[in-house]
Write a protein that binds this ligand. Structure first.
Ligand code: MN
Length: 236
């Protein structure tokens, strides 16, 4: 077989560093869960009833890997006046998985990272009111900053632990992974009813309450117990 010839230069796949390793995790798809903490569901105008989770996606090249001691830098995105932070546990998928049961969901997990589901809230709300897709509010350049991935062999299955975000040193979001409406195992089971998960997929698992606007000049510091923190500056 002759090598494939591409008409334009090929790019490297988006990838995330792996903690304690020179290897990187190539990113295929990014799935995100909406409203997975009761207090955040309330602040977004929903109730805390245990409805099945719902999902949306971001483009894989929306990731911005940030490796300490470096501080990440992202430009304030275009076309918004209301950029919101949503700090989330990110699950990295290492093996194909379809029709998972919650009991078997752990088998496809490669590892975990701290990530931000940055959201152009004004655009998202506008689309939501018009019953149009959320894409322009959720999937845009630099919309998914992420810290290094920790292998599950190092962390074990993460089911509890503090998840916190500070902006300019002031607490904005504070929760616990145990407060998820649907834990990671159930979330992956639901997700695989709709999609076959593939190696390289990332799943953003929802955010606790406290989402709010950021502006150029702000420094965001996201932490989840046991994982590398994510520190990020928003620049004009
Ligand atoms: Mn989110």
């Amino acid at each position: 077989m002759p090598a494939t010839t591409y008409a334009i230069p090929l790019w490297d796949p988006p990838s995330v560093p792996i903690a304690g390793s020179n290897e990187r995790f190539p990113v295929r798809h990014i799935f995100c869960v909406g409203r997975n903490y009761a207090d955040h569901a309330k602040e977004m105008g929903g109730d805390a009833a245990k409805e099945p989770p719902f999902f949306f996606t971001k483009a894989a090249d929306a990731i911005v890997p940030v490796v300490p001691p470096n501080v990440g830098r992202i430009r304030y995105p275009k076309a918004t006046a209301n950029l919101h932070h949503e700090l989330e546990l990110v699950v990295a998928i290492g093996r194909s998985a379809a029709d998972l049961t919650p009991e078997r969901a752990g088998e496809c997990i490669f590892g975990y990272a701290v990530g931000l589901d940055l959201t152009r809230r004004d655009l998202q709300n506008d689309m939501r009111e018009k019953k149009r897709p959320w894409d322009i509010g959720k999937s845009f350049a630099q919309a998914a900053p992420i810290a290094p991935i920790h292998r599950v062999s190092e962390t074990g299955i993460l089911a509890k632990g503090a998840i916190t975000l500070e902006v300019n040193g002031v607490s904005r979001q504070r929760g616990d992974l145990a407060d998820m409406i649907w834990d990671v195992a159930h979330t992956l089971a639901f997700l695989t009813k709709y999609y076959e998960l593939l190696p390289g997929d990332l799943v953003f698992t929802g955010t606790p309450a406290g989402v709010a606007a950021v502006a150029p000049g702000d420094r965001l510091e996201g932490r989840i117990e046991g994982l590398t923190p994510l520190v990020l500056d928003i620049v004009a």
